[in-house]
Design a protein. Sequence first.
Length: 370
Amino acid sequence: MEKYSDEHFERLGITNKHKLSAASKRALEWDKWSSEWYGEFEVFDLKGDLAYEEGVVRRDPSGIIRHQGKYYVWYSKSVGPTDGFAGDIEKDKVFPWDRCDIWYATSEDGWTWKEEGMAVGRGEKGQYDDRSVFTTEIFVHEGRYYLVYQTVKSPYTVRVKNQVGIAWATSPDGPWTKSPEPILSPADNGIWLGEEDNRFKVVRKGDFDSHKVHDPCIMYYRGKFYLYYKGEQMGEEITFGGRQIRHGVAIADHPLGPYLKSEYNPVSNSGHEICVWHYDGGIASLITTDGPEKNTIQWAPDGINFEIMSYIKCPPPAIGLNRSLDTEREPLAALEWGLTHEYMNDDYQYIRRMHGRRVSHHVAKGESAS
Ligand code: AAL
């Protein structure tokens, strides 16, 4: 224990440096003390067309961009309740994000939104995106606008493998040109066990993204295009941190691809929807919902090797970051405000506003920390 100073023991509140509990040994190993990356969130209702609407699903908001004095957001939209997988999957809606199209809305203040219409719809029967297009993210580069999104081809079985599509336009109001082929697909090295439509039964699990590639988000980084995404694996298990969900990255020289998956994948061991931003020459990532490192904020100096910077309380899911903010100002500047979604119930979800802020003191009502 000689490698630690007396001040270090005192700061940790350790009574006897020769009698260390397992927890105190772990605390001694932490090398980060700053609260710069620690924050909390609040969530509020929106007004106008994005306020909750009975019978309508609006979820998985993209990032927000600012264009000619207005904020823009894109999101998955569908109508009607979810039937699930027990009935006729040819006719039913199996998930709230099944039978979706991508719609968009604009706002002057980020609180009251006007739904402008559909941006990208499902493809013709037989195409890779004929069943649902959903969970989109916006990317702007050199005057062009790109929407990346998940696609599913019918029939939407439990074992269906989805893909990622992209559409581009010269204005955020479209018209959008869709890529004829997907730009990302699941790894092809898992093997299902038997014919039953069951995703837990496998002969071989394959890579972390052998079943699904979700939540695509493109970042311009080091002169290349980094497409971060969530992978779901065939034969998913529950670990000591919950579901086996991890993030990967695929890199291209052009926004439309071709995207090559990093050999370092997966780049997270936990998380759910992708929420990444630029900070201090690296990439920061909010890890929510699933896995042993859920509810952490991580940062990678090279966009690949992420380390935990803070453990936070219940971050909102599916955050669409406000891309008009200066994210370099401080670690959590990117989270100042943005959008999230919330489950009114299993059938209907709606978009809400989230505010995040750094917390540097825990104070009682009326108490001052300064
Ligand atoms: C989410 C995302 C993806 C999943 C589903 C809809 O929030 O991770 O988009 O497919 O749930």
